[in-house]
Design a protein around this ligand. Structure first.
Ligand SMILES: [Zn+2]
Length: 461
């Protein structure tokens, strides 16, 4: 190792560390203070959320979704920004006029609260009446496959209460929602019920997407059972394993319909062709009004641009807000945007997603390819002291988010991570309403997203 090589080596390892730290100027702290105080005291995003939720739930293909798109366009224009509606075809599934479950023997009459899973087929008008086989997981289903024929399979698999992260519990439990019916039909099941995926022990069932039916098998109805009624059914089955249940669903899939991604931006003053994207999704499930998921997320992202305007912040890079269509049951909006943006020479420096509820800010997670990974981690860590003002405690490698994950021409996918302990109390259920969103938690999150957006805009990543 000669002295020139050594110098070169030291230069190479020291320059990136030195430069990214040096770029965090003291003025950024006062800009962050200003963003936080305006976001918390003016609560604009929170008041927009009230308007958005008053439209009702926004399931893809619904008239409410069309109204919400139009409301968003008008809101963007009222902020002095231009709105571009990018067309995208989305699935159209409807719950229908009724859904019910009832124990019919022994002792008819006990009703159980259910919610069809998104994409499920209906039952005949008189419903299906069948016995139940309760299993904890797919391993048990496989073991008892000879008992399945003609029965309703009850996947009784709760969010694991012993784990710290409800998101990890969700990833574990959601497989029975997404492919329970596909596995059960292989052994001739008549239908599927899952224990509702929730962290709150009430009786409000949580819906969500099931995977597309396998054309090789029959399509069977699939629904979530309220948590308390899942407890009830579990107890009753212990007393009487041959009890019979009747399930009625009226849901149906219709042809795809036209919807839109809604896009707006503030052009960068120095690097207009470099984009920092902030986004979330406009569609919701048809339960509740999609307040946390993801009404609040898109209001946070839209308010980032409005905060810059209100505070006369002129970002160096272009700040683009993308309100994606159809995250819940198709991710068609995300695919359409990625196809469009990857075909252009515009470069995304970062894509930031808010879609984990509007709870107290905790962190940002990112995913980046091997070329960008270490620089991104270093850049975000350098920003952390400023982000801490808005309650951000850490940054680490992890998951950016579903909608932004399709974008390829980007240095980093970044996920906003609020506290997650109560998210699955509300997620995809009638509990997800405007009143479930705390204005301070939501607005502090808005500030955190605005600050990271600003810092990336000024420093790159
Ligand atoms: Zn969502």
């Amino acid at each position: 190792l000669n002295i020139i090589t050594l110098r070169l080596f030291l230069l190479l390892i020291l320059i990136p560390v030195f430069s990214s730290h040096a770029q965090i100027k003291t003025e950024y702290y006062s800009i962050a203070d200003s963003i936080i105080s305006h976001s918390l005291s003016e609560q604009k995003g929170y008041s927009w959320l009230s308007e958005l939720c008053s439209i009702g739930p926004r399931l893809s293909g619904s008239e409410n979704l069309n109204k919400a798109v139009e409301w968003s366009r008008k809101k963007i224009e009222s902020l002095g920004l231009e709105a571009w509606l990018q067309p995208v075809m989305v699935p159209h599934w409807e719950r229908g006029r009724f859904e019910s479950a009832e124990i019919v023997s022994p002792g008819a009459g006990k009703k159980l609260v259910i919610a069809a899973l998104g994409g499920s087929v209906n039952t005949p008008a008189e419903g299906i009446t069948a016995g139940i086989i309760e299993v904890k997981n797919f391993v048990e289903l496989e073991k008892r496959k000879d008992e399945v024929k003609g029965k309703i399979v009850f996947f009784n698999h709760p969010l694991n209460p012993s784990w710290t992260s409800p998101f990890e519990g969700y990833e574990d439990a959601v497989q029975f929602r997404s492919r329970g019916a596909m596995e059960a039909i292989k052994y001739g099941a008549a239908g599927v019920l899952i224990r509702s995926i929730t962290s709150r022990h009430d009786n409000v069932p949580h819906t969500g997407a099931m995977r597309k039916y396998d054309p090789a098998y029959a399509k069977i109805p699939d629904a979530a059972l309220g948590y308390k009624d899942a407890d009830y059914l579990e107890a009753e089955l212990k007393k009487n394993p041959s009890l019979q249940i009747n399930i009625k669903l009226d849901c149906m899939t219709f042809p795809d319909v036209l919807s839109y991604n809604i896009i707006t931006e503030i052009k960068g003053s120095k690097y207009p062709d470099e984009i920092v994207l902030v986004g979330g999704h406009i569609d919701s499930w048809d339960k509740g009004t999609g307040a946390h998921d993801d009404g609040a997320g898109i209001m946070q992202c839209l308010e980032v641009l409005d905060l810059f305007k209100r505070l006369n912040i002129k970002p160096s890079r272009t700040i683009r807000c993308v309100i994606f269509a159809n995250e819940e049951n198709g991710v068609r909006g995300a695919q359409a945007y990625a196809k469009y943006s990857d075909s252009l020479s515009v470069k995304h420096i970062a894509a930031i997603e808010s879609d984990r509820g509007a709870f107290t800010p905790r962190a940002f997670e990112f995913d980046a390819d091997s070329i960008h990974k270490s620089k991104v981690l270093e850049g975000l860590n350098a920003m952390l002291p400023v982000l801490k003002k808005a309650g951000i405690e850490w940054v680490k490698e992890g998951d950016g988010g579903v909608d932004i994950s399709f974008i390829n021409n980007v240095n980093a996918h970044i996920g906003y991570v609020p506290d997650e302990q109560r998210y699955f109390d509300v997620h995809h259920s009638d509990n997800d309403v405007y009143e479930a969103v705390n204005p301070r938690e939501m607005q502090l999150g808005t500030a955190a997203i605005a600050i990271i957006t600003y810092l990336i805009s000024e420093n790159g990543l």
